[in-house]
Design a protein around this ligand. Structure first.
Ligand SMILES: [Zn+2]
Ligand SMILES: [Zn+2]
Length: 210
């Protein structure tokens, strides 16, 4: 179709606003019979702006649906993978656990070592105060006592540097003081055997005179 075959009128009525305007007020459109858009330029611009907004919103909505479908797909994929590879997943968790184990143990042991004396001192202060026995000792005094006992159980002389229990020579329950002078360090088994027995009786049984 050549330009000469298109009959272009001088004015045109806009199909949108209904106002008759000069053809210069209309965009050209070669695909149409009269070579012009049916809407005037301002109406066309408004329409374009509105459709751009609609287009953008539809696109965002489609994207959101797509994303949530992918998310569901991914979730289903991993759930399915876990269900079909239970051993592999378990092994991988176990490997993780083992690879972190040393660090965990070191951290735990260091923490326990620095806090054990303090915790024991706090605990005995609490119990002694509750029983009204009086006396007190510090974590540092416990460590000195361990040195004084040359790192050995006061009864069986087993090495207790790696683990000892603080014993009240006269038990708190028998009105023994919480003072360092009433304390001795025992191995676990001696402490268990002594527990709340009369200290003189226990010492006699173990061949030791207090
Ligand atoms: Zn118009
Ligand atoms: Zn012992």
């Amino acid at each position: 179709m050549s330009d000469s075959s298109i009959s272009v009128p001088a004015v045109k009525c806009c199909k949108k606003c209904g106002v008759e305007k000069s053809i210069a007020e209309f965009h050209r459109d070669a695909s149409r019979k009269n070579g012009l858009y049916p809407y005037c330029k301002p109406c066309q611009n408004t329409c374009n702006a509105i459709s751009a907004i609609i287009h953008r919103e539809r696109k965002l909505a489609r994207q959101a649906i797509y994303d949530s479908e992918r998310r569901e797909e991914r979730r289903a994929y991993f759930a399915n993978y876990r269900a079909n590879n239970k051993e592999k997943v378990r092994a991988s968790h176990a490997a993780d656990y083992i690879s972190h184990k040393d660090a965990r143990l070191t951290k735990g042991a260091a923490y326990a070592a620095t806090h054990r004396e303090q915790r024991n001192a706090n605990y005995h202060r609490y119990r002694s105060r509750k029983l009204g026995n009086g006396g007190s000792h510090t974590a540092q005094q416990i460590l000195s006592l361990l040195e004084k006992q040359i790192g050995k159980c006061a009864f069986c002389k087993k090495d207790i540097r790696k683990g000892y229990e603080i014993d009240h020579i006269t038990p708190l329950l028998r009105n023994g003081s919480n003072d360092i002078s009433n304390l001795q360090l025992l191995c676990q088994s001696c402490n268990r055997r002594k527990s709340a027995k009369d200290p003189f009786e226990f010492a006699k049984q173990n061949g030791r005179l207090l």
